[in-house]
Write a protein that binds this ligand. Structure first.
Ligand code: ASP
Length: 334
C-alpha cells in the first residue's frame, strides 16, 4: 500500500528581523524577541495551507547577518528539501533581504521553492504585515507554480525573482520591487500565480571556510578623488565592486587606481543608479565604461552593486576565475 501525502510540508527557517521584533515596554525600541513557534502560531489559517515545521536559526536584525550565515541556511534548506519538504521559507530582516535572497538563489540547487520574507511593520504596529507575508510565503513555498524559478522574495502579496528584488523604500509595506523588472507573480486568496519565469539560473558550490572571501563595495560620488580606492589593496579584500555613475563611469582620477587593483583582484563595474544594464561600447572618455573594461574591470551586466558583491564573494569561495565570473554575470543578465 502506498501512502498518499495530502498536505504539503513547508519548513520555516527563522532569522529574526522586524517580523519578530517587539518592545520590552513603552519608550523602548523594538528588538528581536519572538521565536519561530510564536511567529507561526501568530498566523491565522497557516495550518490549513501546509504542515509547517521550523528551525529558529538566529534571532538577529538583518544588519547583523553575514554571507556565512546564509551559506549555512542554504545547506539546511538543501537537507530539508532532499528529505521531502515541499518548500522552505526563510524569515529575516528586510534590511539585507535582497542580498541574502540572491545568495540563496545562487546556493540552493533544488527546484523546490525557497522563499524569503519578512515584515516592514513590527508586530506592535497597526497594520503589521508580518503575518500576511508569512502566510503568503508558505503558500508560495507549498505551490507547484513557484517550482523551478529559483529563490523568490514574497512581500506585500507579490513574488519577486531574488536576482532582481530590491528594497526601494525605508518603511512602506510595498518597499520591495524588482528593479526595472517588476514582480514575476502574485498571491490572490489561496492562488499562487507565477506567469513570468527567469530565463536562466546560476548555481555555485563554495568550498573552504565558513565565511566567503571579503569583497569591498565602493560607491563613486561627485568629485571622488580616488583616495579610498588607493588604500584598498592593503586591506585584505579578495575583490572589489565599483558602484559607478550611470552606465559605468567614474571620475578620471580613479582610473589608474581601479586598473592597478585589477592586477591583484577582480574588480566588477556596476551602476549605482538602481536599474538597467551597464554599457560596453558607447562612451570613450577616460573613466568611461569602454576605458574601464579595456583596463581589466569586469562588466557587472544587469547586476546591481549589492548582488554583484554577493556573486563575487561566493564565486571566489567556489574558486572561480575571472572568465567564469564574467560568464555567470552574462548568464544572470540574460
Ligand atoms: N527594518 C528591518 C526589517 O524590516 C530590520 C531588520 O532588517 O532586521 O526587518
Amino acid at each position: 500500500m502506498t501512502t498518499v501525502r495530502t498536505r504539503s510540508r513547508v519548513h520555516v527557517l527563522a532569522l529574526g528581523g522586524t517580523i519578530a521584533m517587539t518592545s520590552p515596554g513603552e519608550g523602548h525600541g523594538v528588538r528581536p524577541a519572538l521565536n519561530a513557534r510564536s511567529l507561526i502560531d501568530g498566523v491565522p489559517g497557516l495550518a490549513d495551507v501546509a504542515e509547517v515545521g521550523f528551525d529558529a536559526v538566529r534571532p538577529v536584525p538583518g544588519a547583523h547577518l553575514r554571507l556565512g550565515d546564509i551559506q549555512a541556511v542554504a545547506a539546511r534548506a538543501g537537507e530539508l528539501l532532499a528529505d521531502g519538504a515541499d518548500g522552505v521559507v526563510v524569515v529575516q530582516g528586510t534590511d539585507t533581504l535582497e542580498e541574502t535572497a540572491f545568495a540563496l538563489d545562487l546556493l540552493c540547487a533544488s527546484d523546490r521553492p525557497v522563499v524569503v520574507t519578512g515584515a516592514m511593520r513590527n508586530p506592535g504596529m497597526p497594520g503589521a504585515d508580518g503575518p500576511a507575508n508569512l502566510l503568503a510565503a508558505v503558500r508560495v513555498a507549498a505551490s507547484e507554480a513557484a517550482a523551478g524559478v529559483g529563490t523568490v522574495v514574497v512581500m506585500n502579496d507579490e513574488i519577486h525573482a531574488a536576482r532582481f528584488a530590491r528594497k526601494g523604500h525605508t518603511t512602506r509595506p510595498s518597499a520591495f520591487g524588482g528593479a526595472g523588472v517588476g514582480p514575476i507573480g502574485w498571491i490572490a486568496e489561496d492562488r499562487v500565480r507565477v506567469p513570468l519565469r527567469p530565463a536562466r539560473r546560476v548555481r555555485l558550490v563554495p568550498h573552504g571556510g565558513a565565511e566567503p572571501p571579503p569583497v569591498a563595495l565602493v560607491t563613486v560620488a561627485l568629485g571622488d578623488d580616488g583616495r579610498v580606492l588607493a588604500r584598498l589593496a592593503g586591506l585584505g579584500y579578495a575583490g572589489v565592486v565599483l558602484a559607478a555613475f550611470g552606465a559605468g563611469h567614474v571620475p578620471d582620477a580613479l582610473v589608474d587606481e581601479a586598473a592597478r587593483l585589477t592586477e591583484s583582484m577582480p574588480v566588477v563595474l556596476t551602476s549605482r543608479t538602481g536599474a538597467g544594464e551597464g554599457l560596453r561600447a558607447t562612451y570613450a572618455f577616460p573613466g568611461s565604461e569602454t576605458d574601464l573594461l579595456s583596463r581589466g574591470l569586469i562588466g557587472g551586466g544587469a547586476l546591481d552593486p549589492y548582488k554583484a558583491r554577493v556573486l563575487l564573494s561566493l564565486a571566489l569561495a567556489a574558486g572561480w576565475d575571472r572568465r567564469r565570473i564574467a560568464d555567470a554575470i552574462e548568464r544572470l543578465s540574460a
